[in-house]
Write a new protein. Structure first.
Length: 438
């Protein structure tokens, strides 16, 4: 079976048909008609929220306007709301009219330091600050859609409160793309500050928009998205005139050798048939003038892996390559690891339990055996605490992929996202009735 890219929702040979899933599992949702009607009625509001958030993006740990919008909406619906969790996160609780367990739904709120080039009438013109430098800011990964979808789901759930068999926890998370350098944040910090406690959910669900058939859903049991390690290489050489490289240390040539060495590790020194592994050099910073070979250089990027042993071996090879090249040039420096995100791994029992629900919610193909995705997501941190199911929602085929300045969505997918979030919560609580109560 061919590999899927980190941005695709390809539906080839793994496409499944569960037309009779409801009857086969005996788990047809009693809420389907109500949820579908409510999601349809709410669609104009969800679209308006998405466009407003898109036009006013905020970087990680700086989602002040977004979190205020969310909190105001949830309080008006009657949720118990906590703000300031992990800096700007919002956690809201809705206790249903019937006894039962606890389920959580999550959306991430942060944008990226990207200049928008979509040409949309509501395109971002925001300029923020990242790493001490001014930068354009854009929702280039679709988190604006995630927030709007969960706001819509919150309203649908509030309208069905008396029919909810248990408690629903909504988690609006900052800094999924990673907190700014020198700061804590993201899912790990939300967990440390009690987002999954009092009450503790029995399961958590999340979605991510992605290029693909509008309204399609893709997921898989077990490992689905890669672990990600950031790294940084700081090197000190010897400054000299650009006309006399032999009098100094040519950091440009040194960096080129490191890039080639990393490419060689990924392509020729790892068993690519065993597990996908990707080494990316994304940042090279050095120099200020065309005729001066600089003294200092910084390189940075990410390592994506699915296999813990291959991760350890790859890091060792990367460190050895850097040490050898730096020494050969007579420079000083080394590779250090930064933040790490574990593999997103879907609970197999939860995936089976919710298969009929995801089929019911989708308006496009449903793929329960999607290929491994080399993108990463700190939803994995939530899954390390409670069983979780993460799935991809198709939003059309935009000219740019996620993290592209051209990324956009077909807003018809928002309605599917709302009903998927609501139905997963309600059906999980119904199907696990009799389990641990909140």
């Amino acid at each position: 079976m061919s590999r899927r890219s980190s941005t695709g929702l390809l539906m080839g040979a793994a496409l499944i048909s569960l037309a009779c899933a409801g009857s086969a599992f005996g788990q047809e949702s009693p809420h389907r008609a109500t949820v579908f009607a409510a999601a349809k009625d709410l669609q104009p509001k969800v679209v308006a929220w998405r466009r407003d958030i898109h036009q006013h993006p905020e970087l990680g740990n700086r989602e002040f306007r977004t979190s205020a919008l969310v909190a105001e909406h949830l309080r008006a619906l009657g949720y118990e709301v906590k703000t300031g969790v992990a800096h700007t996160g919002v956690v809201a609780t809705l206790k249903g009219g019937k006894p039962g367990g606890v389920v959580a739904l999550r959306a991430d709120m942060d944008a990226l330091p990207v200049e928008e080039k979509t040409g949309l009438p509501f395109a971002s013109k925001v300029v923020g600050e990242y790493n001490g430098q001014p930068t354009p800011v854009m929702h280039a990964c679709g988190h604006d859609a995630h927030v709007a979808i969960l706001m819509g789901a919150a309203e649908v759930l509030a309208g069905m409160r008396e029919d909810i068999a248990g408690t629903v926890v909504l988690i609006f998370q900052p800094a999924e793309e990673g907190p700014p350098p020198g700061e804590d944040g993201g899912a790990a910090m939300m967990i440390a500050e009690g987002a999954l406690a009092n009450p503790k959910p029995g399961a958590i669900f999340g979605l991510h928009v992605s290029p693909g058939d509008v309204g399609a859903i893709a997921y898989r049991s077990g490992p689905m998205m890669a672990a990600a390690d950031s790294y940084e290489i700081r090197i000190k050489g010897k400054q000299t005139h650009g006309a006399r490289p032999w009098d100094g240390i040519d950091l440009a040539s040194l960096s080129a050798e490191i890039v080639q060495a990393f490419n060689q590790i990924a392509a020729r020194r790892l068993d690519v048939a065993r597990s996908p592994t990707v080494i990316t050099v994304a940042v090279i910073q050095s120099g200020v003038r065309h005729n001066i070979i600089p003294e200092d250089m910084m390189m940075g990027g990410t390592l994506r892996t699915f296999d813990p042993e291959m991760r350890t071996a790859t890091i060792a090879q990367m460190q050895a390559a850097v040490d050898g090249i730096v020494a050969r040039y007579g420079a000083e420096g080394s590779l250090t690891l930064g933040g790490s995100t574990p593999v997103v791994s879907n609970d197999a029992d939860l995936a089976r339990l919710m298969a009929p629900t995801l089929l019911a919610a989708a308006s496009g193909p449903v793929n329960a055996e999607t290929g491994l995705i080399t993108g990463a997501e700190d939803f994995a941190d939530f899954q390390a605490v409670v069983p979780g199911l993460f799935y991809r929602l198709g939003v059309g085929y935009p000219p740019g992929t996620n993290h592209s300045p051209f990324f956009t969505i077909d807003e018809a997918a928002l309605e599917v996202g709302v009903r998927a979030q609501v139905l997963t919560a309600l059906d999980y609580l119904d199907r696990t009735a009799g389990g641990p109560a909140d």
